[in-house]
Design a protein around this ligand. Structure first.
Ligand SMILES: [Fe+2]
Ligand SMILES: [Fe+2]
Length: 214
């Protein structure tokens, strides 16, 4: 049996293929059942439905960014001893992408029109983090996940009370993100300098504010 050696060109094409699938969907089949699958659909007023749709769009944009960050890091980072764990995290991020996409459609709205920008920006940031070295790259994962968790908490508080389906998806995501952060800490993540954390918070604010509307 022969193992195929991938050339730089093959890798480029694979990367582009992955990017286009992430941005334009549908997300690849999730590895786990949707946590909202067995829950009944709620009754919404028009305003409540719109709010839930917008919040889930923001979460979906965040997951597009998560995919791009991991794919960018995978391109440049060595991560020899942690690659398996990071790959498992990437599989779970794909579940999040698929679940939020499904919920957005159930709520009758669309994913962010700016997805290609969220993807490109996050891919570049991920690739830079990978170049900086594994401990910084892992530190970046930890900080990203911590910010995502705070963000999910705020959305869980803002969602219409009766929206059990969106809530179930966000709660499973919160559990997974916390696990990703713990895994990265255990793998030797360095604590990022405060200005880097602030810059990351600013970038994510820009994304979440914009994806709420478009
Ligand atoms: Fe995620
Ligand atoms: Fe995550």
């Amino acid at each position: 049996m022969t193992t195929r050696q991938y050339t730089a060109f093959d890798q480029l094409i694979n990367g582009l293929d992955q990017a286009l699938h992430t941005i334009f969907g549908p997300a690849p089949a999730p590895s786990r059942p949707n946590p909202a699958a067995t829950l009944p659909e709620a009754e919404f007023s028009a305003a409540e439905r719109e709010l839930a749709g917008r919040l889930m769009r923001v979460n979906h944009a965040g997951e597009i960014s998560a995919q791009a960050l991991y794919q960018g890091q995978a391109l440049t980072a060595k991560l020899p001893n942690v690659r398996d764990k990071m790959e498992q995290a990437a599989v779970e991020e794909n579940d999040h992408l698929a679940w939020t996409e499904e919920r957005i459609h159930e709520l009758g709205t669309h994913t962010s029109h700016l997805a290609p920008f969220w993807y490109a920006g996050s891919f570049a940031i991920g690739a830079l983090a990978g170049i900086a070295g594994d401990k910084w790259s892992l530190g970046f994962v930890v900080e990203t996940e911590c910010q995502v968790i705070r963000h999910l908490d705020s959305h869980l508080a803002r969602l219409p009370e009766q929206d059990a389906k969106s809530r179930a998806v966000l709660e499973q995501m919160r559990t997974d993100e916390a696990h990703h952060a713990t895994t990265a800490v255990a793998a030797g993540a360095a604590e990022l300098p405060a200005p880097v954390k602030s810059l990351m918070a600013l970038t994510s604010k820009l994304m979440t504010r914009t994806a709420y509307w478009i």
